[in-house]
Design a protein around this ligand. Structure first.
Ligand code: FE2
Length: 325
């Protein structure tokens, strides 16, 4: 038997009358993992709706310790799994179970900027679960930012830029290595990304999805997406800044990639760096940093809230699982 209550926490935001994130704390009991799974299974529709309303839910003090416990808990929600293999994610990842994998394994000193998961591709998950197996010794919070709140503020402060985003959409370019490069936050090889063993197989998949491409002399592959949306209409009538603009503009940096060349409006016109700096600043102003404790689970609605990763020291083990739409 689980008893869980909604509670307030330090730094919790309240924009437009809705707390962010919603914190649900399990009372100290002798409750078992199976109790927690039954609790989630009974309320999965309600919890999914609350994640959409609030942007994210943080579950604290539930009886979860291992990756297997996390898998059991989230499987109980009954949400459809979104597999890494089927995704066009840029990151290198390692699966722990069929639905649980390590979060982006980029080095500790790499700041992963705010983004909507896989919004730089035509195939993206509807929700994400995170699980803290081991918090970092220092830092390592997961920043969460509500994109509907951000887009409201952009519309007020920079109406032309907001309108351009909505009307023109975005094109993303990036260079994929010939072999996985775990030292980069975007080091997934083109073979893995396109599930291809030959360039011809990769080209068939890219053409089907509307990508354009260029093979580079060193075996790397430069790709440009079809025109993708920069905003998304939510079911509640609000508009979210649904994209990877911030991450691509300031974060897509490695041995192969220059952030200054990775993104344009959908008509090929450039983004103004000063405006982007202000967007990033506004996003930081409304960001909540998840102060991970071992056993915490976060459920993030990927249409409503962006996430990232702060730099850290020590060993940090945060696992993730994605939900298909
Ligand atoms: Fe991510």
């Amino acid at each position: 038997m689980i008893t869980a209550t909604e509670q307030a926490c330090d730094g919790q935001r309240n924009d437009d009358g809705s707390v962010f994130p919603l914190l649900i704390v399990c009372e100290p009991t002798t409750a078992t993992l199976e109790d927690a799974a039954a609790w989630a299974a009974e309320r999965s529709d309600e919890l999914g709706a609350k994640a959409a309303e609030h942007g994210a839910i943080l579950f604290r003090d539930f009886p979860l310790v291992t990756d297997q416990d996390f898998d059991r808990f989230i499987t109980a929600f009954g949400f459809p799994n979104f597999t890494y293999e089927d995704s066009l994610s840029n990151a290198v990842r390692t699966n722990r179970t069929e639905r649980v994998f390590t979060a982006n394994e980029a080095p500790a000193d790499v700041n992963i900027c705010l983004h909507h998961e896989m919004a730089q591709t035509p195939i993206y998950p509807s929700k994400l679960f995170f699980f803290c197996e081991k918090p970092a010794e220092q830092g390592g919070a997961t920043p969460l930012c509500r994109s509907d709140v951000l887009f409201d503020r952009m519309t007020n402060e920079m109406p032309q830029f907001a309108a351009d985003c909505a009307e023109k959409g975005l094109l993303y370019s990036h260079v994929m290595p010939a072999v996985d490069d775990a030292a980069s936050g975007m080091g997934r090889s083109w073979q893995s990304t396109w599930k291809a063993t030959t360039p011809q197989e990769a080209e068939t998949r890219m053409a089907a999805l509307g990508y354009s491409w260029e093979w580079l002399n060193d075996g790397c592959l430069k790709v440009t997406t079809p025109q993708l949306q920069a905003v998304k209409q939510l079911d509640n009538g609000r508009t979210a800044f649904f994209n990877q603009l911030i991450a691509a503009f300031h974060g897509w940096k490695d041995a192969r990639n220059d952030p200054g060349k990775s993104i344009t409006f959908g008509d090929g016109s450039p983004l103004d760096p000063a405006t982007m700096d202000r967007v990033i600043e506004m996003a930081e102003e409304i960001t909540f940093n998840v102060p991970w404790q071992a056993g915490d689970v976060a459920l993030v609605d990927n249409y409503v809230a962006m996430h990232g990763r702060r730099t850290f020291q020590g060993t940090r083990k945060v696992l993730a699982s994605l939900v298909a739409s």
